[in-house]
Design a protein around this ligand. Structure first.
Ligand code: ADP
Ligand code: MG
Length: 339
């Protein structure tokens, strides 16, 4: 439990204590392996509680379908198909796989939705965390079988079908599923009449509407001093902000930090950044891009495109923002304690 609680230290802080705020209500639930919070402004307590309940159920269903389990589920069934065999896509896989593939290509394979065997080898999938890295030869063996390279193919026949072209690859949607769940939760809240809310799923956030007459404001934390907010961003209606960091799931061995964000080229934890933050119109793609930007490091800022804000804290702790992010960051928060 202590471990689980430690994992709840969020990459971002939701600010607002000093505003003249409208009445807000907050609902929390442990879903998607993290504490998810939904804060609503202007909605009644009962209305929010019902809407948030429906949103949490939707998120739980997505998590259950897309997190590999031993008993089998949508993702496990897909992965158990023989390499090269076309599989008809069902449920959330239908919408999600084409979007995951699109980010993989646009990010030059720094975001890869099929690192399943490497993620399994490293043992980051579920607690407890490993105490040491796997044997070099095991990582090399998987890379030789194509575990890091592009392997997923899609075709539209009767419906959408997909196959894994290489035996070394297995689907792992850990870098995008949480964002997708946040987007689905946003839709469910709106369907329940909640138009002004902030969804925070342990570092994947999306805003709906505003907090009274102010926007929802988000503090980006220092990756090495989690009490310290580096800068603040005001979110627009519908906007998502996602942060990936090397402190989320990590262990230290022989003085070296090993974490859960793998570089598909090396099959090992990416070393170019400590933290990456991306803003975008949907949490799904924003989640995938934050993983991609983390893996690529500073040079990944160029790939984001001129209108997609990105911030990298590099391996030496220096902050690099692209032009679109510079317009959005308020650095006056420096030194401000996180709530
Ligand atoms: P967090 O879960 O901490 O918010 P991310 O959203 O960045 O972080 O996703 C991390 C998860 O994504 C890992 O646990 C793993 O399942 C998967 N993953 C690791 N490396 C990559 C990568 N290069 N591309 C896509 N997914 C990855
Ligand atoms: Mg991600």
């Amino acid at each position: 439990m202590r471990r689980a609680l430690a994992a709840l230290v969020l990459a971002v802080a939701v600010l607002g204590a000093c505003d003249r705020a409208p009445e807000t209500h907050r609902e929390q639930a442990f879903v998607l392996g993290t504490l998810v919070e939904i804060t609503a402004a202007g909605a009644g307590e009962e209305e929010l509680s019902e809407a948030a309940g429906a949103a949490f159920r939707e998120m739980r269903a997505i998590h259950n379908a897309l997190t590999p389990t031993e008993e089998g589920n949508l993702l496990a069934d897909f992965n158990s198909a023989a390499p090269g065999e076309w599989v008809a896509l069902e449920g959330p896989l239908t919408g999600l796989l084409p979007r995951a593939l699109a980010v993989q290509r646009a990010s030059d394979n720094t975001f890869s939705p099929h690192l399943g065997r490497l993620v399994g080898l490293w043992g980051f999938r579920e607690p407890p965390l490993p105490e040491e890295p796997p044997a070099e030869s095991a990582v090399e063996g998987l890379l030789e079988e194509g575990a890091g390279a592009e392997a997923l193919e899609l075709r539209r026949d009767n419906g959408l079908e997909a196959r894994m072209a290489r035996p070394g690859a297995a689907l792992d949607l850990g870098g995008i599923a949480k964002g997708y769940a946040v987007d689905r939760a946003a839709t469910v809240l709106k369907e329940h009449g909640v138009d002004n809310a902030l969804i925070n799923a342990g570092g994947d956030l999306r805003a709906l509407g505003a907090r009274g007459d102010r926007p929802w404001r988000i503090g980006i934390r220092d990756p090495r001093d989690r009490e310290r907010v580096l800068a603040v961003v005001a979110l627009r209606d519908g906007e998502a902000i996602v942060t990936s960091g090397d402190y989320e799931r990590s262990f230290t061995h022989d003085g070296r930090r090993y974490h859960h964000l793998l570089d598909p080229d090396t099959g090992r934890p990416a070393r170019r950044a400590r933290q990456a933050t991306v803003l975008g119109p949907r949490a799904t793609e924003t989640d995938a891009w934050s993983t991609a930007l983390f893996v690529a490091g500073t040079r990944g800022l160029e790939r984001l495109g001129p209108r997609q804000p990105g911030l990298v804290i590099d391996a030496e702790g220096r902050a690099h923002a692209n032009a679109a992010m510079k317009e959005r960051l308020d650095w006056r928060a420096e030194g401000m304690p996180a709530p």
